[in-house]
Ligand binder design. Structure first.
Ligand SMILES: [Zn+2]
Ligand SMILES: [Zn+2]
Length: 350
């Protein structure tokens, strides 16, 4: 296969509050170096956290995107030869150190020396992306690229988050998912339901309600129309849920969430509010109520493989809409306003 020298990408101009994503052509294609591969992308999901890159909420590279699927077209020195021609998924975790205590326990997603796609290396909103050979996921035959894409960040993040409910929260108990109709949340509803939890979905609007119910939630609470605290209590014998996953990144969601769980409940933090927002809970309440607070950022390799397998078996069915690459800037604007139900995926330019 002949590889061109330049390509079309989605480029961040002026990252910060007035940052913009723009379509730019004539951008060089990178060469894979030690242990790296070059992937010709089929498609890429666009995640709410890509908004952070564009609006300057941290230090990122010029090209966002961390849910890419495509074919390996070139190997750098040291990369496994068996990868050539394979269809792979590129995730937020570009690489981990393999040496720290988190890595040794298999929690590569919590490595303190990790590199990240779109943060330390260029993201997947390109035609060709360089990835680390040891950290891409093989996409099983029978799983379409556009179905696999949202599993690489959205799906994996929620597989990781749902796993953090155990051992305290048991099958048959109530789990609230705040932000249940978005890209991450709706897959979380499905994963938590498969694991036997009774999911109470919180989000807003008829479209997100319908999606949350299709994914298996036993109840839906519209935060724009209902008293959320009272509605959760009414569904859970007055005590609140046994566990909660806060997928929404809004300050309001984090402020309200502790009131939605019962004593000894488990609170899993996933959504990313602005960096200067502090956790809104008194240590006295955490102590007296015996609450468990856990953080979750993406997931492990095993969780990724399990998720792809479940997708192959038709048990995980993300709601996706596929768009042309040129729509990427518009999708970012919609994500920023929490207007996207499910996940929007863009086709790489041909
Ligand atoms: Zn993401
Ligand atoms: Zn490490």
């Amino acid at each position: 296969m002949s590889i061109p020298s330049t390509q079309t990408v989605a480029w961040i101009e002026d990252p910060g509050p007035s940052g913009k994503l723009t379509i730019r052509s004539g951008v060089s294609i990178q060469e894979p170096s030690q242990d790296e591969i070059l992937v010709k992308l089929d498609c890429s999901g666009i995640c709410h956290s890509d908004c952070r890159n564009i609006f300057g909420m941290g230090k990122y590279t010029d090209i966002p995107g961390h849910e890419g699927v495509g074919e390996v077209v070139k190997l750098g020195p040291g990369a496994k030869e068996t990868l050539m021609g394979k269809r792979v998924g590129i995730k937020w975790l570009y690489s981990s150190c393999k040496k720290c205590s988190a890595c040794k326990k298999g929690n590569i997603n919590n490595c303190s020396k990790q590199s990240n796609t779109g943060r330390t290396t260029l993201g997947t909103l390109q035609q060709y992306v360089v990835a680390h050979a040891d950290f891409v996921s093989l996409i099983p035959d029978g799983v379409k690229s556009e179905v696999a894409a949202p599993l690489l960040c959205a799906g994996l993040s929620l597989a990781g988050a749902v796993s953090k409910l155990a051992p305290e929260v048991e099958a048959g108990e109530f789990v609230v998912i705040v932000g249940a109709g978005g890209g991450l949340g709706h897959i979380g509803v499905q994963i938590a339901t498969i694991k036997g939890y009774k999911v109470i979905a919180i989000d807003s609007g008829a479209e997100k309600e319908q999606l949350a119910k299709e994914m298996g939630s036993v109840a839906f609470i519209d935060y724009a129309k209902q008293d959320v605290v009272q509605a959760v209590k009414d569904l859970t014998d007055g005590e609140g849920a046994h566990g909660l996953i806060c997928v929404a990144g809004s300050e309001r969601a984090y402020q309200q969430a502790p009131q939605l769980i019962r004593n000894n409940g488990v609170f899993v933090c996933v959504g990313l509010p602005p960096d200067d927002f502090m956790f809104p809970m008194s240590p006295i309440h955490i102590a007296n109520r015996g609450l468990v607070i856990r953080g979750s950022s993406t997931g492990t390799s095993e969780q990724m493989d399990e998720l792809l397998q479940l997708a192959k078996e038709g048990k995980i069915t993300p709601k996706i809409e596929v768009y042309d690459f040129e729509e990427s800037p518009k999708i970012i604007q919609e994500l920023d306003k929490y207007e996207v139900t499910g996940r929007k995926v863009v086709r790489a330019p041909v």
